[in-house]
Ligand binder design. Structure first.
Ligand SMILES: [Zn+2]
Length: 423
């Protein structure tokens, strides 16, 4: 049984190419697409409302657009626009660092392919999208009893959905540098989840949604990128090899939800004033230079359903504490070892779940404020189930030389007041 860490990183492309955005006559037309779920899929709030009101599910154009846009950025066609790991995890890299890598925000004079296609805003200047992804249709023959609930482990459910962010520096900045674009791996089995994070509103695997994508005035390169960004499949003319990968979308990606396959069922192009539709010509731009980028090796592994792991698992508190500078590959090596130890004969043994740790004596903390001669500190990592941070305060002593924002190791036993859970 192959158990893997939920996310990995795709290295950044340096110096993404940019041009002045234009609206040439270019290629205009539309794709009719079919999205089939390979695992259960959940668009949390949106599905919750539809389920509650007795409506059939459909996918929003904005979530489909977000999925295609972020894939193409990772693929090497986009700048660092909207670059953040998760709403909670702010500031993974300072904007100046993005600029040093040639991934800074696009301007109206020089914009990356992704921003030219999907539009962008920078200060008071903006560029309108040339691509529009519409809401999907509901699946045919949907019945209300098809809604599926996440496997809810009550209070003991695992894994933690958000137990650590970029604070885990050895994961996000393994060599002192931001590791790249974050991508959640595919998994065949969905992990149980703590009741606080569980959703009762998923669609099962094997459900089909149709949606339509319209585009206007694309260059040949933009057209080839959009087409690949949608279905992630292309036959390489030179090597004859076929690239076929799979998207992930929606809520619960770290648990193994949201894998899907998109196929283009019909392509039409239009031209001229009368806009008569005709079948679209094949892309004239060869994507090979993109497949040759250093990040594509990782994309090929992580986005392939054929290479999906059996299950995804975050490290438990014990492992995180014992391996303060441990990396994602080191955690995965530990998972493999644990599987072997549990069952030397049977490689498919399930990896045992670690027991929850109590708070250790020494904790990594950060000073969050110094006010009225009181220092307030917070733990850098979260503990317990559900995972929580801890805080406490103490009077400033003449020997306390730390400032707000400083991080250090604090012996918890030496504190006057015990730690309290945050929020
Ligand atoms: Zn851009």
């Amino acid at each position: 049984m192959a158990v893997r860490h939920p996310y990995h990183f795709v290295p950044f492309r340096r110096n993404v190419p940019r041009e002045t955005p234009q609206r040439p006559a270019g290629r205009s037309g539309s794709f009719e697409c079919v999205l089939e779920t390979l695992t259960p899929l959940c668009l949390k709030k949106h599905f919750e409302v539809l389920h509650r009101d007795g409506h059939a599910p459909y996918l929003t154009g904005s979530s489909l657009k977000g999925m295609v846009r972020s894939f193409l950025q990772m693929f090497g066609a986009g700048c660092g626009m909207n670059y953040d790991f998760e709403a909670k995890d702010k500031l993974p890299i300072p904007p100046t660092k993005l600029e040093e890598r040639g991934l800074g925000l696009c301007t109206i004079e020089a914009a990356c392919s992704v921003c030219r296609m999907f539009g962008f805003v920078n200060g008071d200047k903006s560029w309108g999208a040339k691509v529009r992804i519409r809401n999907s249709c509901p699946p045919p023959d949907w019945t209300n009893n098809q809604w599926l609930a996440m496997d809810n482990g009550g209070e003991k459910g695992l894994p933690r959905m958000m137990s650590y962010g970029p604070y885990r520096r050895s994961f996000y900045y393994p060599e002192g540098e931001a590791a790249g674009w974050k991508f959640y791996l595919h998994a065949k089995k969905q992990s149980r989840v703590h009741q606080d994070f569980a959703s009762g509103d998923c669609v099962p695997a094997g459900i089909r949604f149709c949606f339509r994508v319209d585009y206007e005035g694309l260059t040949e390169e933009e057209f080839a990128l959009l087409r690949f960004g949608l279905c992630l499949a292309v036959s390489n003319k030179v090597s004859g090899k076929r690239v076929a990968l799979h998207h992930k979308v929606g809520y619960g990606k770290p648990l193994g939800y949201g894998s899907c396959e998109i196929t283009i069922s019909r392509e039409t192009e239009r031209s001229g004033f009368f806009q008569s539709d005709r079948p679209a010509a094949a892309p004239a731009f060869d994507l090979q230079p993109y497949f040759d980028l250093p990040g594509f090796g990782a994309i090929r592994k992580y986005c392939s359903w054929d290479e999906a792991s059996d299950e995804l698992q975050y490290p438990g508190g014990n492992w995180l504490l014992k391996n303060k500078d441990g990396t994602i590959p080191e955690f995965e090596a530990y998972l493999r070892q644990a599987a072997k130890a549990a069952s030397p004969e049977d490689e498919s043994a399930i990896v045992p779940v670690e027991p929850e740790p109590t708070l250790p004596d020494v904790l990594r903390v950060r000073v969050t404020s110094i006010k009225k001669n009181l220092v307030r500190i917070e733990t850098m990592e979260e503990f317990g189930q559900p995972p929580k941070k801890y805080w406490t305060s103490f009077p400033v002593s003449p020997y306390f030389r730390k400032r707000v924002g400083d991080e250090y190791e604090q012996n918890v036993k030496e504190l006057e007041k015990p730690l309290e859970t945050l929020k």
